[in-house]
Design a protein around this ligand. Structure first.
Ligand SMILES: Cc1cc2nc3c(=O)[nH]c(=O)nc-3n(C[C@H](O)[C@H](O)[C@H](O)COP(=O)(O)O)c2cc1C
Length: 200
């Protein structure tokens, strides 16, 4: 399949319209960070979140870049994908809606302004306190899980480096999310990650 065609398909996982509520992110700060071996050793799942504190736009921009940003002038990403398909989308779910991360424009495109956090719980009430849920969406039954895994590992290392709480989560209502997000075809949320500042 031609590259331009793949690009068009990527953007077709949901019916996204540009709206005033889209968010132009600040440029990601890609410098610095801790020593690699120490950051790897510090990564941990944490389930306590400061519910009153939203992630700052800078932390969010940096997190998204570390998870699914573009890191070369050829358009290659921070994580590898099979045959460089890049056929996975990263969504951000917050109290003020759900957004698609567009790495090229460093923008969050609003999909809906509805609060879908209740679909992220499945009995794990602590997840409601997380100001941000990353949703990994793909229709690739063969490689999608691998791609999501690379992405959540990057995100987990980023959180360890910045002192954020995060936990990978499979406990969410995938069918309802698919419906509410208007995901088309075989696209679904294959994994999620709850992220926020740790509760004091
Ligand atoms: C694919 C996957 C799914 C997970 N799903 C959940 C989940 O739904 N809820 C949760 O609290 N933790 C979940 N976890 C986190 C694991 O419980 C955690 O990684 C494990 O206990 C080891 O702890 P560590 O990440 O601090 O090393 C998941 C982890 C992975 C890799």
């Amino acid at each position: 399949m031609k590259k331009w065609c793949l690009g068009a398909l990527m953007m077709a996982t949901a019916a996204v319209n540009a709206k005033a509520a889209d968010i132009a992110l600040p440029s990601p700060n890609t410098a610095g960070g801790g020593a690699l071996m120490e950051v790897i050793g510090a990564r941990r799942s944490q389930r306590n979140f400061d519910a009153k504190r939203n992630l700052s736009e800078q932390d969010l921009a940096d997190l998204l870049w570390a998870t699914w940003g573009i890191s070369s002038d050829k358009g290659l990403r921070v994580v590898p994908t099979a045959r460089n398909l890049q056929n996975i989308d990263l969504y951000v779910l917050r109290a003020d809606g759900v957004y698609l991360y567009e790495a090229k424009g460093n923008t969050l495109k609003q999909l809906t302004n509805r609060d879908l956090r209740s679909l992220m719980l499945k009995g794990q009430q602590f997840a409601f306190d997380a100001p941000v849920h990353l949703l990994f969406v793909t229709d690739d039954a063969r490689f999608g899980d691998f791609h999501a895994g690379s992405m959540y590992q990057n995100a987990g290392l980023f959180c360890a480096d910045r002192g954020l709480s995060c936990v990978v989560r499979a406990m969410y209502d995938a069918d309802e999310l698919k419906k509410e997000m208007g995901l088309i075809g075989e696209n679904k949320v294959v994994m999620s990650m709850a992220i926020g500042y740790p509760a004091k």
